[in-house]
Design a protein around this ligand. Structure first.
Ligand code: BGC
Length: 437
């Protein structure tokens, strides 16, 4: 059994549910002719206008916590210019939570950034930590008195993870190009080669062409060929910028609102090395977690986010094992990963932990119920062993805009008809609520 007062909630992010975040970088990226987004976010779930209904559904099902984010681009649409009406909107959302007996956990940055920030160099610019601090100060001056928990940055480690994948992808593309060249030579120099025989069926020519065209579109939107948005492959330098942004925001929060508990969140995989994969897994864990320890040392809590396990071989991450159940995201259905990650984190970070995201994309809600049961059983075991886990927020409150994958992924406890915006709670919503005491 989970202890009294344990936070049981659901999470969302402004850009994924509110709709019409026109001041944010991703809005422009969605509109580009050579966008990598499969569809536009548009009105999303219209949560901006319907948050009262959504919070009431959450509360009526027994959940006691709602983690959501503020959209920086709405609050500070131009550099140094703040929109008081938008901050009042978020005050209403917080008060709505409180009126329902729901604890709001507010995230200041969840992936999307103001367009002006990216035009200034984005998450690679030396000026970004100060910009983030100014925004944080404004938010805390207005809303800090109503808050207990603030996450500064969602998945601060995301960019390094993307860099690792991008590096692997580049190596594969190079190997594919070399294989094509060899095949051409064997075919007598300029003979036609079936590109689909090269691994992954890549159309390399088209890919390169697309990249070139995207560059021109980036210049038009952001004034640079290579905009450094939060999800860009991150260098060590930009990683340090993100850490500095967190430290400055934390200091500002402590300065203005010492009663607020502050932390950041990390995307953490349950890395399971297979024989020979120990070294690679250790390096990956260091990138993903250990090297953030000096940055998060003084935090009040760490937000743990996990979705699956990853088997690791000598050359890197391995595919999902043959025959395993997979989710819509293509991940292995493996809810026990959460317990493993919590235990791994607790060996090195001794502060409080809040599971700020954990969930499954599936159109079979019975599998979501099973996922929640198994994940929470793991959390209970951790708590019983004395690990200070204080809450669990399922991702996500409702089916929403899953970034580049658009609306195709069903993570939600509530279905959302995007034509009528009608909400339909799934049985998993009540089920999760039954864990709250
Ligand atoms: C992100 C969410 C996302 C979820 C599911 C997390 O990495 O914080 O924004 O929707 O994973 O993929």
């Amino acid at each position: 059994m989970l202890p009294n007062g344990f936070m049981i909630g659901a999470a969302s992010a402004a850009y994924q549910v509110e709709g019409n975040n026109t001041k944010s970088d991703l809005w422009l990226m969605e509109e580009m002719p050579h966008t990598t987004f499969s569809e536009r976010s548009g009105d999303a779930c219209d949560h901006y206008n319907r948050y009262e209904e959504d919070i009431a559904l959450l509360a009526n099902a027994g959940l006691n916590t709602y983690r959501f984010s503020l959209e920086w681009g709405r609050i500070e649409p131009e550099e140094g210019v703040f929109d008081d009406a938008e901050i009042e909107h978020y005050r209403d959302v917080i008060r709505c939570c409180r009126a329902h007996g729901v604890e709001p956990i507010v995230t200041l940055h969840h992936f999307s950034s103001p367009i002006w920030l990216i035009r200034k160099g984005g998450w690679d610019a030396e000026t970004t930590p100060a910009d983030f601090e100014r925004y944080t100060r404004y938010v805390m001056e207005h809303l800090g008195g109503e808050l207990t928990y603030v996450c500064t940055i969602n998945e601060a480690n995301m960019g390094l993870q993307i860099a690792r994948i991008a590096e692997r992808y580049t190596q594969q593309a190079k190997a594919a190009a070399a294989a094509m060249a060899a095949a051409r030579e064997a075919a007598g120099g300029d003979g036609a080669v079936d590109e689909s025989q090269v691994q992954m069926g890549l159309n390399l020519q088209k890919m390169m062409e697309n990249q070139r065209l995207q560059k021109a579109e980036n210049v038009e939107a952001f004034g640079t060929e290579n905009p450094q948005v939060f999800q860009s492959a991150r260098s060590r330098h930009s990683d340090e910028i993100v850490c500095e942004a967190h430290r400055r925001a934390r200091a500002a929060i402590r300065d203005l609102c010492p009663q607020v508990k502050v932390g950041l969140t990390l995307s953490l995989h349950d890395l399971q090395p297979q024989p020979g994969g120990e070294e690679y897994a250790a390096e990956e864990w260091a990138d993903e977690f250990t090297h953030y320890l000096p940055t998060i040392e003084g935090d009040d809590f760490l937000g743990v986010q996990n979705y699956t396990r990853t088997l690791v071989g000598a050359q890197g991450d391995l595919p999902v094992p043959e025959g395993a159940e997979t989710t819509q995201m293509g991940y292995e259905f493996y809810p026990e990963a959460l317990e493993h990650v919590i235990r791994a984190v607790a060996q090195e970070f001794h502060g409080n932990l809040i599971v700020t995201e954990n969930g499954v994309a599936t159109d079979d809600d019975t599998r979501r119920v099973a996922f929640i049961d198994r994940a929470l059983a793991g959390v209970e075991r951790c708590v019983a062993d004395g690990i200070p886990v204080k809450g669990y927020c399922y991702w996500s409150l409702m089916d929403n805009f899953e970034w580049q994958k658009g609306y195709s992924m069903c993570f939600g406890l509530i279905a959302c008809d995007r034509t009528t915006q009608e909400r339909t709670p799934k049985p998993s919503l009540e089920h999760l609520g039954s864990f709250a005491r």
